[in-house]
Design a protein around this ligand. Structure first.
Ligand code: DX5
Ligand code: ZN
Length: 217
């Protein structure tokens, strides 16, 4: 059963806790938090203080997506009692194996994200250590971009590898997810669907989350 992880990147930051309460009310699985540093990606969002400030404001587990350079220097800032996943980018980590261990040593599940141009094969030697692989279906940095359909092939490739090797990692997709493409994405083997603008642009956010859930479950 796939789950929805709405991204607060598209939420109204002036009332973040209220916005997160709305996705919880609709039945979201996670709250997806996009951390951007203006270096790895062109945009800047928020850091550890904002993530920490959300602890206790919702019952939803945190799915933290780090789009930052040198994530190994910052991991501990995001390891709150509510953080279930911390995901780093393959492209930002020359010592990826070490960063994965660093996340797991804090008792947090470790994910690695792949940009659209990065092949699945780059994860061959860490796949068995991972709790999640995040497939970017847009180039990271902004919400509201168009879904890149080749991401579906990447999801299928990962789902096949997972079953061939008997591995437990989850598969997540992020970028351009809409009510229109969610069914096909879930059918390809995706466990977690991130959606930002498609959730927070709705006039009735809980009902939009329920619409997604009806499609992907
Ligand atoms: C993009 C972020 C996404 C973003 C998705 O860099 O990682 O999580 O919020 O936004 P939408 O769903 O609008 O494409
Ligand atoms: Zn994200």
């Amino acid at each position: 059963m796939a789950k929805l992880a709405p991204s607060i990147l598209s939420a109204d930051f002036s009332k973040l806790a209220e916005q997160v309460a709305l996705i919880e009310q609709g039945g979201a699985g996670y709250v997806h938090m996009d951390v951007m540093d203006g270096a790895f990606v062109p945009n800047i969002t928020f850091g550890g203080l904002v993530v920490q400030s959300m602890v206790g404001k919702t019952k939803l587990p945190f799915d933290v997506h780090l789009m930052i350079e040198r994530p190994e220097l910052r991991i501990h800032d995001f390891a709150t009692p509510q953080t279930e996943f911390i995901t780093v980018h393959q492209e930002a980590c020359p010592h990826l194996h070490r960063v994965i261990q660093q996340i797991k040593d804090l008792g947090i599940k470790a994910g690695v994200a792949l940009n659209p141009a990065t092949p699945v094969e780059t994860l061959d030697w860490v796949l068995a250590d991972l709790d999640m692989v995040l497939v970017m279906s847009v180039n990271p940095g902004f919400g509201g971009q168009k879904f890149i359909p080749a991401a579906l092939d990447k999801i299928r490739q990962l789902a096949q590898l997972r079953s061939e090797r008997g591995l437990p990692f989850l598969i997540e997709i992020d970028g351009g997810v809409s009510l229109g493409n969610a069914k096909g994405i879930a059918a390809a083997g995706t466990d977690l669907l991130v959606a930002g603008s498609a959730v927070f642009s709705a006039s009735d956010i809980p009902s939009r989350v329920r619409d997604f859930n009806n499609i992907i479950r």
